[in-house]
Structures are given as C-alpha cells and as structure tokens.
Design a protein around this ligand. Structure first.
Ligand SMILES: Cc1cc2nc3c(=O)[nH]c(=O)nc-3n(C[C@H](O)[C@H](O)[C@H](O)COP(=O)(O)OP(=O)(O)OC[C@H]3O[C@@H](n4cnc5c(N)ncnc54)[C@H](O)[C@@H]3O)c2cc1C
Length: 360
C-alpha cells in the first residue's frame, strides 16, 4: 500500500466518505483512516432520511447538492435509495398551521394523508416530494466498498492520533498527505479540544429503536418533529405549537423527543428519537424515553402493541450552525456536520471543502 497521498481523510462516516468521494472525483490520491473495522458512528445509527425541504438558507443548497450526489452515487455504489418524499402528519390545528406557514411541500387533507400512510388521527399534512430515504447501515459500507474498488485506500482499525503539516500520526504508523481532513464527528472534542470549544461543539446523545414494519411507504414526521426543525420554527404558528406541547406534553419536551418513522425494506421501521445535549453523554438509556417513543408510535399507527426489535444510543456532535469547516494547522482541516440533518449535508460539505482546498 502507498504511504503518500494528496488527501488523508480521518473518519468513514458520511462526512468522511463525502470528502473522500470529492477528493477521488478530482483524481487526487486519497486515503481514509477509520479506527473501527467499518463505520460505526452516528452515520449508521441514524434514520437515513435525506431531507432537502426541511433545510433553510445556505443549508438548503447544501442539502440539494447532497441529494444530487446521493442520486449519482447510489446506482454506482449499489445502495438502496427511495425517492418517495417525506410525509408530515398533522393531528392538531396548530400543526397544520405550522405546515402551511412553512410554505414548502404540498398541503394535504386528512383523507389524503390516510390514503398515503396507515396513520390514525390525521387532520391534514404535507408531502415533501424531494426528500429521500436510505438505509444508513447498508449505505455506509456499500459506499466505502465502492470507493475502495475505485482506488481510494481505506485503513480500517487504524486510529488517528494527531497531525503535523504533511503527516498524519496513526496507531499503525505515519501517513504522508498534503492535506489532512478530520471528519471524526463527536471525537472532534477529544482530538481537537480547543478548536471544538472555540466553535461550541457539544455532545448529543440520541436514543432510537427499530420495530417490525408497519407498512410505511414514506418517512413520516409529526408535530414533535415540527418543534425541532428551523423551517417550522420560523412560522407564526410555532409559538402556539410549542406552548401546547409545554402544557400538554412536557414529557416530549423534557426528553427532547422528535418523532420520526422511516421504514426500510428488509429491516423494519426506524423510530426516533429522544435527544439529550450533555457533556459526558451518559451511556445508560432511560426506559422512560423508549416508553414515550413506543406509546407515540402505537398511537400514531393505531396499534395495540409494537414489536420492538432493537434499541440503541448514538452520540453525535452538536455543531452550532450545523456545519463546521475549520483550519487546525498548515494543510490540516476539520470538517463536521451536526444536528438532525447532517446526513442530508455531509456529501456536499465534502465537495465544498475540497473546492476550498483545490479550487472550484
Ligand atoms: C440517532 C440519529 C439519527 C439521525 N438521523 C438523521 C437523518 O435521518 N437525516 C439526517 O440528515 N441526519 C440524521 N442524523 C445526523 C447524521 O446522521 C449524523 O450527524 C452524521 O451521520 C454524522 O456523520 P459523521 O461522519 O460526522 O460522524 P460519524 O458517522 O460518527 O463518523 C465519524 C467516524 O470517525 C471515526 N473516528 C473518530 N475518531 C477517530 C480517530 N481518532 N481515528 C480514526 N477514526 C476516528 C469514528 O469511528 C466514526 O466512524 C442523525 C443522527 C443521529 C445521532
């Protein structure tokens, strides 16, 4: 194996893969260094929802470009990518008002919503046609395998220890590279603590679960998700929505629940999520969060029981402004996408960083 590269990328999550793909597309000699035997971080633990419509301002452009890139890579890397859109389900007037206020997507009647998905209590909704769904557990390894077949070197089970200009120190020796980009997600805090602190990077623990499929053709979001996304938070009706949840559902607010449901063929329905911003991301999951997620899912799908098959916790970086590009030294860079939509921006972020380094 070669030991001198144009670009070394640390981390094989979606952000690292996005940088590696962008470097490789420019014909640069590229290596990816990943400490695990395969991607194991936030990327494979997420919902795999690639949402364009839920982004605002500059993020919408990043998400739109990421969408194009996923569409171009999926057939080549052979991973599943469903282009059905997202269904937002409103079960209360204030939720429908928020969807109307967001001014994006087609507003649906309650009847139209129940024709599209097996949900109970819908009074209306919205359909976001541009959004897509992938299986994150399948996509990351398939993407890495395809990049490897294309000539990108992957050093698995190799931990990056630090970098000096032109040299990346790893647990398996030094690698020479003109540009080194750290895409290490939450580990930014341990590798580059001062930089992480300067940019306000925090740890966010998220609990999710997987249940037997309920027959969803569209990823579904609900009122509690509307509390979290900026495109909804900017609407006039958002204050009413928030005060109703504070009054009637303090558990949802306290547990940071944003209900999302994404059914993945052959896997089941990915149910998210309870979010906690905390400094040490305590690994022990509170059953109360899963009780709420199960109860809300049963209520939405009008089911007496939910066949839960897996539960897990992901610890991801929470990045103010949701994306971070920073210089850590000569030829040493740090890139991160945080928040609920990082999967939807990671590929385009890689392209942007490579354009900064090597020109448009
Ligand atoms: C539960 C959950 C659900 C989500 N759902 C969605 C969604 O539906 N849609 C969406 O757009 N976004 C979603 N997100 C956000 C998004 O999936 C993640 O934030 C994003 O995948 C982060 O990618 P990443 O590459 O930065 O991090 P990671 O996937 O965590 O990758 C970082 C990699 O770096 C490696 N690494 C770290 N340190 C070192 C080192 N020193 N040496 C070598 N390797 C190292 C790690 O092993 C890891 O593989 C979700 C996030 C979570 C937590």
């Amino acid at each position: 194996m070669n030991n001198a590269y144009d670009v070394a990328v640390v981390g094989a999550g979606i952000v690292g893969l996005g940088h590696a793909a962008a470097a490789h597309a420019r014909g640069l000699r590229t290596v990816v260094v990943e400490r695990s035997p395969r991607a194991r971080g936030a990327t494979v633990r997420g919902s795999g929802h690639v949402g364009t419509t839920l982004q605002v301002d500059a993020h919408r452009a990043l998400a739109a470009r990421t969408r194009e890139l996923f569409l171009s890579y999926a057939p080549r890397a052979r991973f599943w990518l469903a282009r059905r859109g997202t269904l937002a389900v409103a079960t209360a007037d204030d939720e429908l008002e928020v969807l109307r206020g967001a001014g994006t997507g087609r507003i649906l009647s309650g009847r139209e919503v129940t024709d599209l998905a097996p949900v109970a209590g819908a009074i209306g909704g919205a359909l976001y046609r541009d959004d897509m769904q992938l299986n994150p557990r399948e996509m990351a390894p398939a993407f890495a395998a395809w990049l490897a077949a294309e000539g990108v070197d992957f050093r698995w089970r190799t931990t990056a220890l630090g970098a000096d200009p032109g040299s990346l120190a790893t647990s398996r020796g030094d690698i020479r590279a003109d540009n080194i980009v750290f895409c290490v997600g939450v580990d930014l805090e341990s590798l580059w603590p001062d930089l992480a602190a300067r940019h306000g990077v925090r740890r966010r623990a998220t609990d999710m679960m997987l249940a037997t499929g309920v027959g969803l053709e569209f990823p579904v979001i609900t009122g509690s998700t509307m509390l979290r996304h900026e495109v909804f938070r900017e609407t006039p009706a958002h204050a009413d929505l928030l005060s109703r949840f504070e009054r009637e559902r303090p558990d949802i607010i306290d547990l940071g629940v944003g209900q999302t449901y994404a059914e993945v063929s052959g896997l089941g329905v990915l149910i998210g999520a309870a979010h906690r911003d905390e400094d040490d991301a305590w690994p022990f999951q509170e059953e109360v969060a899963f009780d709420v997620l199960s109860r809300e899912a049963r209520r939405l799908f009008g089911q007496k029981r939910l066949d839960v098959r897996q539960r897990w916790r992901a610890v991801a970086a929470a990045v103010p402004g949701d994306t971070l590009r920073a210089r850590a030294g000569d030829g040493i860079h740090v890139s991160a996408a945080g928040g609920d939509s990082a999967m939807s921006m990671g590929l385009a972020l890689g392209e942007t960083v490579l354009a900064d380094l090597y020109g448009p």
